[in-house]
Design a protein around this ligand. Structure first.
Ligand code: PLP
Length: 395
């Protein structure tokens, strides 16, 4: 059997060998609880604080602004629901703005808050998935006190103009003499694009370790100093009471090492991913009936992310056929109780339900190679020219 090609790095990544090696001692001899004051406890605390420093170095923030969590989902929930508690407790405007293409871990809290009496503005996006700054400005001038707009969309790879959004939020906040809280889901971005929170004045930002070489079960929330978020879960007070629960020591060490490596390798990886992306997009656009979803320009797309619709074939079918040929990719439609449904993101960019059902996502990662791109091109060419209307049937 041919070697498998894994091209689903936006779903998850393999734990890096260096990360695994670094975390193993913290599953065996260094097993202390960071809250204990004996030697083992102090060693564990030291490891946690070193990892916090490494995450802070990656993000360009202070270590005390980093809160370890179990995943991107928890970070997003704490950022939004915890801030909403503060907003409510302090009589601020109960008005949140999100884009229509947020991940469910942002959309879910937004809908929950709406059910609790918050006003929620869902910003539409254009055909490439980008929000309009004028629509955001209108919502801000109508008194919105919370904004959550993702940096890169997981399904269509679109990058939002995060810097311009932050500047606009700051401008309206200073003109109106009030604080506007801005959260950003950066789960897809870490390691692929530079992030500098000293310059980018976000209130909070979330990310997840398993997207860049750490294991599943660890993420973090950056929360800018002096920005108030109230707890939404309660326990022993760990992570300043925001993410209580005994710290997952080995996972935290893993996140620290993955963050250090990501910082050192980000520039080189970004270049490499852009190269793979460009090559695959070039090959796909030669095939009849293939249409990219999301941005056409690489500058507005997450490095290494390719998403498209192939007329005449369902995305899920293409995923399964690719799997039979040893290639792991994913589709933008999901089967719910026996019915295949296009995702909300694809509908938000205006794709017809039929087209949206044909959507496919291919995401390169650190382990990808030129040979993978070539194999992917060959497999897709075979599968797509076999099923497209007017072409020879096969594969
Ligand atoms: N936000 C985005 C954009 C994602 O792509 C994901 C996961 O795919 C998440 C949030 C949730 O992260 P986690 O899997 O760590 O809960």
């Amino acid at each position: 059997m041919e070697a498998l090609i894994y091209l689903d790095n936006s779903a998850t990544t393999r734990v890096r060998p260096e990360v695994l090696e670094a975390m193993l001692p913290y599953l065996s001899e260094n097993f202390g609880n960071p809250s204990s004051i004996h030697t083992q406890g102090r060693k564990a605390r030291e490891a946690v604080e070193q990892a916090r420093q490494e995450v802070a170095d990656l993000l360009g923030c202070q270590p005390r602004e980093v809160y370890f969590s179990s995943c991107g989902t928890l970070s997003n929930n704490v950022a939004l629901l915890g801030r909403a508690r503060f907003v409510e407790a302090n009589g601020l405007n109960k008005h949140l703005v999100v884009s229509r293409i947020e991940h469910p871990s942002v959309m879910g809290p937004a809908q929950y808050l709406e059910s609790q009496g918050f006003r929620v503005t869902y910003l539409p996006v254009d055909r490439e998935g980008v929000i309009r700054l004028e629509a955001l400005e209108t919502a801000l001038r109508q008194g919105a006190s919370m904004v959550s707009i993702m940096w890169a969309n997981n399904e269509i790879g679109v990058l939002q103009p995060v810097e311009a959004i932050t500047e606009l939020v700051e401008k309206v906040a200073s003109e109106q003499g009030r604080e506007i809280y801005q959260h950003c889901d950066a789960v897809q971005v870490i390691g692929k694009l530079p992030v500098d929170l000293e310059k980018l004045k976000l209130s909070s930002l979330s990310f997840s370790g398993h997207k860049f070489g750490a294991p599943k079960g660890i993420g973090a929330l950056f929360l800018r100093r002096l920005v108030n978020v109230m707890p939404i879960i309660f326990g022993g007070g760990q992570e300043m009471g925001l993410m209580p629960g005994t710290e997952p020591l080995a996972n935290i060490v893993a996140l620290g090492v993955a963050s250090r490596l990501a910082r050192l390798e980000q520039e080189e990886l970004q270049k490499r991913l852009l190269g793979y992306q460009e090559k695959l997009i070039g090959a796909l656009l030669q095939l009849p009936g293939v249409e990219l979803t999301g941005p056409s320009s690489a500058h507005r797309r997450l490095p290494g992310h390719v998403s498209f619709c192939a007329g005449g074939i369902e995305g899920e079918a293409l995923v399964l056929k690719s799997d039979l040929r040893g290639m792991a990719i994913s589709s933008g439609s999901a089967c719910h109780q026996g019915i295949i449904e296009p995702s909300a993101v694809l509908r938000a960019i205006g794709l017809s339900p039929e087209k949206a059902l044909g959507s496919v996502r291919i995401t390169f990662g650190r382990d990808s190679s030129d040979a993978d791109v070539e194999k992917a091109c060959a497999i897709l060419q075979k599968l797509l020219t076999g099923v497209l209307p007017g072409a020879e049937r096969g594969g």
